[in-house]
Ligand binder design. Structure first.
Ligand code: PLP
Length: 418
């Protein structure tokens, strides 16, 4: 008997990260590879109380099937949390924001559709879109986000900022465009806050210029913001969707501010798109677990996040500082560069010329330390010298030991070291 695989299944590949994680989960390895939040931040006791209350007060509804849109109370709470006026009717509760990416892919991508992404970008988004068989194009990016010249070039508009000609035929996209005959990109996927994998954020200037351009050109945006609340000193500028709600789909998540095991996220979609995302959601899993939705709705009462999130920020900031200190101390004399993220969970580093992060990884693991080679996060033209370091799960002591071990491996393999 033969199973004949669908074409789309052939587009599904094992995540390089998950394969690497298998190795790095071996006891004794100091892992900067994982993308997991620190379990220290999970408010276990608060959840114990909320679960008991939900079962006591409303147990039968909490264990029943429910509406695909999500629990009305939670949709209202989400709308009220967001920093621009959002009608709860535009909020779709999803099973993690990863499901939001899957739904967006299903609703907007045909085989061969062009999709634009930042360089580098979130691997999970590339995986979610891949089965729909898009042509994914990386837009060159710097430390402030996507480069607008490259974006305009990809759109076939080589004008200077602000000179982009009006494209009246694209304006239809703000409604539903049912004519896929042209090869204009379906959307650009953007991560303005403390991006996974680099930890970088889009500056206010870049946000304003990007929104200005996409509005004029009719390019829809899919904005993914799971890390926006995890800022260290100052909150990030307003989301792109806040500036242009009808042209953006916004994805949010409770994974990084409460707990990822809840699998609770949300999509805010313009009215033209919402019904299609809802239909895709219905087909995917009927609804996000009603019990989890009720528990989180209970937890969110009385501004719990207002008290809880500052404790995550303080912990992650101290962890970032521990990694920056360790890097300055141990990479001394090596041509290694790294950024200084203002929030989130990740830091991005670049090895000396001639070194390749994928080739270096097994040697690092031998010395007891792991990272994710940056190449995994590129749609095209990967930078082989880049790597992602998570600073949130290792202890300060492990960060010292792990970065020292990493520096030693780099020194051993670096023909140019001092
Ligand atoms: C940028 C980005 N988007 C989406 C997700 C998925 O998060 P969720 O747990 O809400 O599905 C992650 C998870 O790491 C992420 O980094």
């Amino acid at each position: 008997m033969y199973w004949t695989l669908a074409h789309r299944a052939q587009k599904m590949n094992p995540s390089v990260i998950r394969e690497i994680l298998k190795v790095t989960e071996r006891p004794g390895i100091i892992s900067f590879a994982g993308g997991l939040p620190s379990p220290k931040t999970f408010p276990v006791e608060v959840f114990a109380q909320a679960c008991a209350k939900v079962l006591r007060d409303d147990g039968r509804s909490a264990l029943q099937y429910a509406a695909s849109e999500g629990l009305p109370a939670l949709r209202e709470q989400v709308a009220a949390m967001l920093p621009w006026p959002v009608d709860p009717a535009q909020v779709l509760i999803t099973t993690g924001s990863q499901q939001g990416l899957d739904l967006v892919g299903k609703v907007l991508i045909d085989p061969g559709s062009r999709v634009l992404v930042e360089t580098p970008t979130y691997l999970g988004a590339l995986q979610a879109f891949a089965p729909m068989e898009p042509v994914v194009e990386g837009i060159a990016s710097d430390e402030h986000g996507p480069d607008l010249h490259s974006l305009r070039h990809a759109l076939g508009v080589d004008a200077e900022p602000g000179d982009a000609p009006q494209a009246p035929e694209r304006r239809r996209l703000l409604q539903l465009d049912l004519d896929p005959a042209h090869d204009f990109p379906r959307f650009m996927y953007v991560l303005p806050n403390f991006q996974n994998p680099t930890g970088r954020s889009m500056s206010e200037q870049r946000r304003a210029a990007l929104v200005h351009d996409v509005q004029r050109l009719g390019l829809p945006l899919v904005e993914d913001n799971p890390y926006g609340d995890l800022w260290f000193d100052v909150p990030p500028p307003a989301p792109l969707t806040a500036r242009h709600p009808e042209g953006c789909v916004y994805l949010g998540s409770f994974s990084k501010v409460l707990a990822p095991g809840l699998r609770l996220g949300f999509v805010v979609a313009p009215p033209a798109l919402y019904p299609k995302l809802l239909q895709a959601k219905q087909a995917a899993d009927l609804h996000t677990p009603s019990f989890n939705q009720r528990v989180v709705s209970e937890v969110l009462k009385d501004d719990f996040l207002g008290r809880h999130v500052p404790t995550i920020r303080a912990l992650y900031k101290a962890q970032r500082d521990a990694m920056l200190d360790a890097l300055s101390q141990h990479m001394h004399g090596l041509d290694v560069h790294w950024n200084q993220p203002d929030g989130g969970m990740f830091l991005w580093a670049r090895l000396p010329p001639g070194l390749n992060a994928i080739e270096l990884l097994p040697h690092a693991v031998e010395k007891g330390v792991a990272f994710v080679p940056g190449a995994a996060f590129y749609a095209d033209h990967a930078d082989p010298r880049s790597l992602r370091l998570s600073f949130v799960t290792a202890t300060a002591e492990q960060i010292q030991t792990g970065i020292a071990a990493l520096a030693e491996v780099i020194r051993q393999h670096d023909g140019h070291s001092a």
